[in-house]
Design a protein around this ligand. Structure first.
Ligand code: DQA
Length: 149
């Protein structure tokens, strides 16, 4: 199984950026943690981070042509603004999970909308970076059920 982990704007600043909300773990440490988790499960994992909406759309489209099995995405602030990311996930039809490190539902009003959620089969918020692992586990089980069913 091949999984793509996408992080949107400012997530490369993990550990530096508002540690009270996003924790002290760096972006590199997050990638190491996800890699170790996927290695245990024999999942091939690829990472992508961009601060640019169009680049994120391009990467989602590319995933289709690469035959990615699943996508885990933390779209950062584009969660709350981007119909283009919603359309990209719908376009490729790859099972996708939405992750937020912070508990967005307990934050500002402008964070209460998630456009991408409508195209995602799983959402996790407020579990810190463990949320990425939960999303991976969910997608792994979903694909297993599909292959066995
Ligand atoms: C975030 C929540 C978003 O509202 C914010 O813009 C982010 C990070 C999270 O992981 O909690 O950049 O997606």
């Amino acid at each position: 199984m091949k999984f793509l982990i996408i992080n949107g704007p400012n997530l490369n600043m993990l550990g530096i950026r508002e540690p009270d909300k996003y924790g002290k773990e760096s972006y590199e440490a997050l990638l190491d943690k996800i890699s170790a988790h996927c290695e245990n499960d024999s999942i091939e994992v690829e990472f992508y981070q961009s601060n640019h909406e169009g680049a994120l759309v391009d990467r989602i489209q590319q995933a289709y042509f690469e035959g990615m099995d699943a996508i885990v995405i933390n779209p950062g602030a584009y969660t709350h603004t981007s119909i283009a990311l919603l359309d990209a996930v719908k376009a490729v039809g790859i099972p996708t999970a939405e992750v937020h490190i912070s508990k967005v539902e307990e934050r500002e009003d402008f964070r209460q909308v998630s456009y991408i959620r409508a195209a995602c089969c799983f959402t996790v918020t407020g579990h810190g970076t463990d949320g990425y692992l939960e999303a991976i586990d969910f997608l792994k089980e979903k694909l297993k059920d599909k292959n066995e069913g």
